[in-house]
Design a binder for this molecule. Structure first.
Ligand code: FAD
Ligand code: SF4
Length: 472
């Protein structure tokens, strides 16, 4: 008889309330063993091809069944530097779990029966963190005199830095913000990714000798030419996609209408959720509307709802999305959690404008109902507004979470760097080298908004190519 999937423990929705504590609590050892025992150990494991970095999933799950967690950790670390992070944030339902043979053919995302690979990965990753497991450092004396500059400290930059430092190359990360981690710090809230996990990984890099220079915008404070003149042999660009898109509708400049970056940065990086310990509150008001259907929208809505609870305001947070739930790009778990926590969803709704009061603060959002038309270039069915369906909703705070694109500060200061029509950096996908020799790039600055593991996969390819360049 087929064994049932082991449900991961979560904080009760009613207990999530006025705090940013982690919601998913992870597997106990017993639960991990039970879930791992469901794996069929397929002769040709399809899940591996579903993982963007090709973790040997079958092998690490087998090692879990044998209680050999140390080997399982090293198996994962061969391909993924941050298993505790990816085990928490990877959209596994579109990746490895979707490819698992236990997912029914033709399903849009993984079936419930598919092995909970991400929760097992988290269990193993956390075992590694708790036991301070470190993968062997193979410092090579021949690299001792080389140094590489990494621009950006998101998952791409951190991963590239770790890979190079372990080989004995001196790495300096330049980060424009005052804290490192990129989206892992300013975007994803602590109730999804506790900061001690991120800090552990960054501290480990520092122990390896990686230097982090904060508050430094490369392209403004220092140019790529100046880095090379300072003796850096190669540069890796992990700039991310930090520029938010706006709706372009009437009234978008009213006060209390935020881009998702500004809102989440205030909450996460500036610690608005720790007011009054930190003096950066966000006054959320009675009626919150978040526009969008991705992880950014879910994170903004769930953070805003928590702030309402903290400020003693009755919860009224709505996500509006112009397609239906099935087309939402957000992780399924995030949608489920948002709903459990009391967030309302309005599907097939397209904003058309905002109105405000005499002091310039937003008060209403106007929108049109839509129906789904033919698929667009992305393959998803296009929302078609229904004439005459316009309606209004009360709105004291709006967050616009409809997409992110490349920041051009560095690329516009470096005309030799070839970019595409989206201002993303163009690379050779075989080695991630840009149009400038010895300048490599990876993560969201290449190909636009992606995932944490995809960013790390590109960084790993680039780090291998950097080692080859240095050895030439
Ligand atoms: P980033 O994480 O954006 O880091 C780039 C860093 O470079 C930043 O720290 C920035 O300050 C710095 N920088 C930029 N320009 C310069 C410069 N000129 N000089 C110096 N420093 C510079 N993915 C998932 O897999 N799962 C999720 O659940 C998920 N949730 C998300 C939630 C939110 C709110 C957001 C915004 C994204 C989410 N993503 C998720 C996507 C994922 O976080 C990104 O794909 C990933 O962070 C990209 O990594 P990166 O290193 O390329 O860029
Ligand atoms: Fe799945 Fe992500 Fe882990 Fe890969 S890294 S095995 S995609 S959860």
């Amino acid at each position: 008889m087929r064994k049932e999937p082991v449900k991961v423990k979560e904080k009760e929705a009613s207990a999530r309330g006025a705090n940013f504590d982690e919601v998913v609590l992870g597997y106990s050892e017993e639960e991990a063993l039970q879930e791992a025992s469901r794996c069929l150990q397929c002769k040709n494991p399809a899940c591996i091809s579903g993982c963007p970095v090709g973790i040997n999933i079958k092998k690490f799950i087998y090692e879990v069944t044998k209680k050999d967690y140390k080997s399982a950790y090293f198996t994962i670390r061969e391909k993924n530097d941050f298993p505790s992070i990816c085990g928490r944030v990877c959209p596994a339902e579109y990746q490895c779990r979707k490819a698992c043979v236990l997912t029914k053919k033709g399903e849009p995302f993984a079936s419930e029966q598919a092995i909970n690979i991400h929760f097992l990965e988290r269990f193993v990753g956390d075992y590694g963190v708790k036991n301070n497991l470190e993968i062997p450092v193979e410092k090579d004396a021949k690299f001792a005199n080389f140094k590489v500059a990494v621009v950006g400290s998101g998952p791409a930059g951190l991963c590239c830095a770790g890979e190079l430092a372990r080989r004995g190359i001196k790495v300096v990360i330049f980060e424009s913000l005052h804290k490192s981690g990129g989206v892992l710090r300013y975007g994803i809230p602590p109730f999804r990714l506790p900061r001690d996990i991120l800090d552990y990984e960054i501290d480990y890099l520092k122990k390896l000798g990686v230097e982090i220079v904060p508050n430094t915008i490369v392209g403004k404070a220092i140019t790529l030419e100046e880095l090379f003149a300072d003796g850096y042999s190669c540069v890796f660009l992990g700039l991310g996609a930090g520029v938010p898109a706006f709706l372009g509708v009437e009234g978008e400049n009213f006060c209390n209408i935020y881009s998702v970056n500004e809102f989440l940065t205030r909450v996460n990086l500036m610690s608005a959720y720790k007011f009054p310990e930190f003096h950066t509150p966000v006054n959320v008001g009675k009626n919150i509307v978040v526009i969008g259907g991705g992880n950014t929208a879910m994170d903004a809505a769930r953070a805003a709802l928590r702030l309402q609870k903290m400020q003693g305001i009755p919860v009224n947070t709505t996500i509006i999305y112009r397609r239906t739930e099935i087309e939402m790009p957000a992780r399924r778990l995030e949608i489920e959690h948002a709903r459990e926590e009391g967030i309302k969803f309005e599907f097939l709704v397209q904003p058309t404008g905002f109105s405000g009061d005499e002091k310039g603060f937003v008060k209403k959002i106007r929108a049109l109902r839509c129906r789904l038309g033919e698929p667009d270039a992305s393959g998803r069915r296009r929302p078609v507004p229904i004439e005459g369906s316009e309606f209004e909703m009360d709105c004291d705070l709006a967050v616009i979470a409809i997409g992110l694109s490349a920041n051009q500060v560095l690329t516009s200061a470096t005309p030799q760097l070839k970019t595409d029509k989206y201002f993303d950096v163009v690379v050779d996908p075989n080695n991630m080298e840009t149009s400038m020799k010895r300048v490599f790039a990876g993560g969201d600055i290449v190909g636009g908004e992606g995932t944490v593991i995809e960013a790390m996969g590109m960084a790993k390819t680039a780090s291998n190519a950097i080692v080859v360049r240095i050895s030439e």
